[in-house]
Design a protein around this ligand. Structure first.
Ligand code: KIV
Length: 295
C-alpha cells in the first residue's frame, strides 16, 4: 500500500505528465524538462515552476548525503526521499533511480525493487543504468507494467570501471557501442533514455535514430530533453561542479550569508527583536508575578 499522503499542489488545470507525454513531445519537437529532487520543498517548487519530470536521482548520495559517489545509496535511502518528493509534486512524471545492486543481481530482484518504487515510493517510473547487460531486467520490469527509463554514457554507478567521472563514447568504436546499446534499450521497452556526458554530435545522432525521447545531461542541445541535478543548478553543492552544469543561482553563498547574519545577530542580542516576540497582557503578567512571588 502506498504511504504517500495527499498531494500538496492542487492546480486542477494542469495535466499529469506520463510516458505518453514524453513520446508526444518528441514527436512535436517540444523539449522535455527534467530536474532532480530529493525532498518535499524542492519537489513543490519544481511542480509550481511547471517542470515535466522529476528524477529522484541516486545523486542524492553525493549532493544530500555527502558520499564520495552514488555507490553507498540503498533502496531504503531512495524510498525515503521518493516519498517526500511524491508528497510535494503532483503533475510531473516522477522517476525513481534504482540504486547500485538493486537490479544487477537477478531479474527477480530487479522487478521486486522496481515495484517498491511505485508501491512504497509513490513514483510513476524507474530509471536504471547500463546497456545490453540490463536487457533482461528491463524487459521483465516493463512486463510487470512499470515504465523504465535507461541511462547510457557516463553511468556513475560504474565509476570504478570507468576510472572516474569522465566523458564517454568519444571514439568511433565506443560511439558505435553506445548506439547499439541505445537501440537495444528501446527494443527492450524503455520509454526514454538518459544520455550523460557524451559528445553532442553523437547524442543528436542517437536521438534521431530512436523513436523514444532522449534526455541529455552534458550531451548537447540535440537531445529531446534536458536534465540537471537541481543542487548543481541552484549552486547549493559547491564541492564539485561538472563542466556541463550551468549555475542559475548561487544559493550556497546566499545560505552562508544568512547563517553568518543569524549568528552575528544572536551574539549581538539584536535577534529576536520586538516583532519576533510573543507578549502577554499587562494584567495577566502582574497576576502571574504576584502568584509566583507568593510561592
Ligand atoms: O542520479 C542522478 O541524478 C542522475 C542524473 C544525473 C541523470 O542519474
Amino acid at each position: 500500500m502506498s504511504t504517500v499522503s495527499p498531494q500538496a499542489n492542487n492546480d486542477s488545470t494542469r495535466k499529469k505528465i506520463t510516458p505518453l507525454t514524453f513520446r508526444q513531445k518528441k514527436e512535436q519537437g517540444e523539449p522535455i524538462t527534467m530536474l532532480t529532487a530529493y525532498d518535499y520543498p524542492i519537489a513543490m517548487a519544481l511542480d509550481r515552476a511547471g517542470i515535466d519530470s522529476i528524477l529522484v536521482g541516486d545523486s542524492l548520495g553525493m549532493v544530500v548525503l555527502g558520499y564520495e559517489n552514488t555507490l553507498p545509496v540503498t533502496m531504503e535511502d531512495m524510498l525515503h526521499h521518493c516519498r517526500a518528493v511524491a508528497r510535494g509534486a503532483k503533475h510531473p512524471l516522477l522517476i525513481g533511480d534504482m540504486p547500485f545492486m538493486s537490479y544487477q543481481v537477478s531479474v527477480e530482484q530487479a522487478v521486486l525493487n522496481a515495484g517498491r518504487f511505485l508501491q512504497e515510493g509513490g513514483m510513476d517510473a524507474v530509471k536504471l543504468e547500463g546497456g545490453h547487460a540490463r536487457i533482461s531486467a528491463i524487459q521483465a520490469i516493463v512486463e510487470a507494467g512499470i515504465p523504465v527509463i535507461g541511462h547510457l554514457g557516463l553511468t556513475p554507478q560504474s565509476v570504478h570501471q570507468l576510472g572516474g567521472f569522465h566523458p564517454q563514447a568519444r571514439s568511433a568504436q565506443t560511439a558505435k557501442k553506445l548506439l547499439e546499446d541505445a537501440l537495444q534499450l528501446e527494443g527492450a521497452g524503455c520509454f526514454s533514455l538518459v544520455l550523460e556526458s557524451i559528445p553532442a554530435h553523437l547524442a543528436e545522432f542517437v536521438s534521431r535514430r530512436l523513436s523514444i525521447a532522449t534526455i541529455g545531461i552534458g550531451a548537447g542541445a540535440g537531445c529531446d530533453g534536458q536534465v540537471l541535478v537541481t543542487h548543481d543548478l541552484l549552486g547549493l553543492f559547491d564541492r564539485f561542479t561538472p563542466k556541463f552544469v550551468k549555475k542559475y543561482a548561487d544559493l550556497h553563498t546566499e545560505i552562508q550569508r544568512a547563517l553568518n547574519a543569524y549568528i552575528a545577530e544572536v551574539q549581538a542580542k539584536s535577534f529576536p527583536a520586538q516583532e519576533h516576540t510573543v507578549e502577554m497582557a499587562d494584567d495577566e503578567w502582574e497576576a502571574f508575578v504576584q502568584q509566583a512571588d507568593q510561592k
